[in-house]
Design a protein around this ligand. Sequence first.
Ligand code: FES
Ligand SMILES: [Fe+2]
Length: 428
Amino acid sequence: MSTLTPDLDSLLGTRRDGHGMPRAFYHGDALYQRELERIWYGGWLFAGFAFEIPNPGDFITFTIDATPVLVMRDDSRAVRAFHNVCRHRGTLLCRAESGHVRAIVCPYHSWTYSRQGDLVACHGMHDGVDKSKLGLRALHTEVCAGLIYVSLGQTPPAFTPLREAFKPAALPQGFDRAKIAKVIDYGVEANWKLVWENNRECYHCTRCHPQYVKANFDVYDEGSASEAIRTAMATAVARTQLKWAAQGIAITHQRGGLAPFPDPDRGFWYAADRTVLVDGWETESMDGRRVAPLMGDYLDADVGVLRMRSMPNFWVHASCDHAVAARLLPAGPRTTIVRAYWLVHEDAREGDDYSLDKLLPFWNLTNEQDWEICKWQQKGVDSIGYEPGPLSQHKEYNVDAFIRWYLQQMQARESGGARAPLTRVAWL
Ligand code: FES
Ligand SMILES: [Fe+2]
């Protein structure tokens, strides 16, 4: 039996196939709370990079809506995650975004936890407190090719399929031998779903991202790629195939348009693929020239762009010399905090090997252009005058896929945890 309230239950059925979602999906608090429970507190969330916490006691923190999480390297060098909340009276424990501790001491009454999360001291309590039952509440944690994932769910989805997809794709990029050149936190004034919908199509790219379309073939869907464009893509694909097939880093998405993702019909909430860059572009920089030393195992620049993503909060575009990742966190029905990470090889030195004024603009511009669009779209979909229009089968197939994935997650517990099948879109 459905656990949704009747209103939410019926709301989920109001989306018309082949169209965007109605107004009520983008600002309602009740629906937002349900999204937190079913998607954000149930699935796997990208938390950060393992190299951010190289030593025992190093930690990072992040917050999903109002739920703070602590990710820490323990004494055995394993990565662990906990609710960042004291077991005494609930005070927030680690307040910095990152740091190093010998032990975690609550700032309120000094209850003290080890780096394994065990309660080791609760000074002054003479009440027969069983410390063994009051360790920090542990969260599921996985590390894959240098990426840390955390789940707040009791029984999160199997992580192995993501690992099997990401590990071979990500290892040559060297996310485990990288460092952060720059982090920017963007406060996007839009519902997190609008941020994803924007990310899942390049229909807007010609108008909104003049620099992006010079480097990538994303705008050329099957219906609009000219013979010259097809030939250019095929030539680049053949070249990388010849060079890199043995290393497993040849181009995998060999056509124009975005690779299909997510795939709710096959249960794919994660994906990794490699795309070609336009001839003359070695990397996603403003002029296409390299902006940092090669990353990972790459022997030359001709490796296209590795793209990886996982629902509901991660994507990365990784060129030969740098990678730009995004971590989404909801902060209310109309606010999404997007952290963008610019990564370079761990040995690269700012000033000598790279400069931020060359490294940042391509994706900082693209990001700011997108967040601006999302902000104005939010203002429009908030209006009683908004009615969802049709999605393009050729250009917005991934927006449709995202919406179907979302509805599937929201309806997932309708039949005892089994995912209710959804009708594939009927294009009108
Ligand atoms: S709330 Fe943490 S020690 Fe009291
Ligand atoms: Fe965009």
